[in-house]
Design a protein around this ligand. Structure first.
Ligand code: 5GP
Length: 200
């Protein structure tokens, strides 16, 4: 059976990648990998849906047991991708989406050379700051920390395969869907199809 494709999506906090992915994930052949984190739960978030919320000890145990595909520390908290569900879904032929920051993404680049990397870019840093404030879930100091983090992350965008600017939301969603679609039509993904059509 054809193995699924691993898509890695990064972009600064507040760039709208969650909103874009919510729409893109209407596609039932896509599996969204639920990350583990040690950060506080935000209002409206659900344990096991948005993240698996863990204590530091539990997270470090996962690392020690080789249960994490990649992890990084971001704004003083651990964030990581549980390994087993990703491997299981790829083996079943399902495409998998990881929504992770740049350090973890580059670790995946080394471990999984076939993965496809997308960077979601805000139209500008000032627009990103406005969106973070509007979200209102973080204190001012955290907003400032996230804007500084954003400029560092945008500095890594050139290492990705695709860049999508989230200025107009519907256009950004269409761009991500187009990238996913084009990747699924790549020749290397269609070897068995050629043989099937030729009756081999
Ligand atoms: P937030 O706290 O805003 O939900 O996420 C902060 C950052 O952590 C975002 O850039 C998000 O993409 C990233 N992140 C979420 N899950 C993971 C993960 O499993 N691994 C890594 N490396 N980063 C993650």
């Amino acid at each position: 059976m054809k193995k699924g494709t691993l898509f890695v999506v990064s972009g600064p906090s507040g760039c709208g990648k969650g909103t874009i992915l919510h729409e893109v994930l209407q596609n039932p052949n896509l599996y969204y990998s639920v990350s583990a984190t040690t950060r506080e739960m935000r209002p409206g978030e659900v344990d096991g849906v948005n993240y698996q919320f863990l204590t530091n000890e539990a997270f470090e145990e996962l690392i020690a047991n080789d249960g994490i595909l990649e992890y990084a520390q971001y704004c003083n908290h651990y964030y990581g991708t549980p390994k087993q569900p990703v491997e299981d879904h790829l083996a079943k032929g399902q495409d998998v989406i990881l929504e992770i920051e740049v350090v973890g993404a580059m670790k995946i680049r080394e471990k999984c050379p076939d993965a496809v990397f997308l960077f979601i870019m805000p139209p500008s840093l000032s627009e990103l700051e406005r969106r973070l404030r509007k979200r209102g879930t973080e204190e001012e100091a955290v907003v400032q920390e996230r804007v500084a983090q954003a400029s560092r992350e945008i500095g890594c965008a050139a290492k990705y395969d695709y860049i999508v600017v989230n200025g107009e939301l519907s256009q950004a969603i269409a761009d991500v869907n187009a990238i996913l679609r084009a990747e699924s039509c790549k020749t290397e993904k269609c070897q068995t199809l050629i043989e099937e059509v030729l009756g081999k």
